[in-house]
Ligand binder design. Structure first.
Ligand SMILES: [Zn+2]
Ligand SMILES: [Zn+2]
Length: 156
């Protein structure tokens, strides 16, 4: 768990870039304040590879922070993903899932139980080049989701 000192106003970008505490700077893009709850959520999410839903994160956090509300968890997850510190996944399913790893990587989703895992393969930069050439869009990123049956469901 990362430490934050009481009474000090820390800002995400300064924090992440190692410039420590200080006044927020517009140029640096400091506009989201670090709160204890936000740090806890980030910390919890980075420990997991299960791509939890907001509900899952809420239930885990309640062990450490009994007073935290689902609304707070939702709001903070949205803020963290807007800041690029975590990813909100576009995978199928009814509930949004979150990923503590902000780098592009590929996922596989089970069509039966909904489980989502990472696939340890490098994102293909050439896909974006092809898409840029064929669409004449300024492509910024791509997402790829594989679907199938997970090892547990295959055994059923
Ligand atoms: Zn499954
Ligand atoms: Zn992932």
């Amino acid at each position: 768990m990362m430490e934050i000192a009481h009474g000090k106003r820390l800002w995400w970008k300064a924090f992440l870039h190692g410039t420590g505490e200080g006044k927020p700077s517009r140029e640096r893009g400091d506009h989201v304040r670090i709160t204890k709850q936000r740090l806890m959520i980030l910390d919890q999410l980075r420990k997991l590879t299960s791509h939890p839903t907001a509900d899952d994160v809420y239930h885990l956090l309640r062990r450490h922070m009994p007073k935290i509300s689902l609304g707070t968890v939702y709001r903070n997850l949205e803020i963290l993903s807007e800041e690029g510190l975590i990813q909100k996944l576009d995978v199928g399913g009814t509930q949004k899932r979150f990923d503590g790893n902000p780098q592009n990587h590929y996922h596989v989703r089970c069509l039966h139980c909904g489980r989502v895992d990472d696939i340890q393969m490098l994102p293909m930069a050439e896909l974006e080049e092809d898409a840029r050439r064929l669409s004449r869009y300024d492509i910024q990123r791509h997402r790829l989701e594989f679907v199938g049956s997970c090892p547990e469901c295959r055994q059923r």
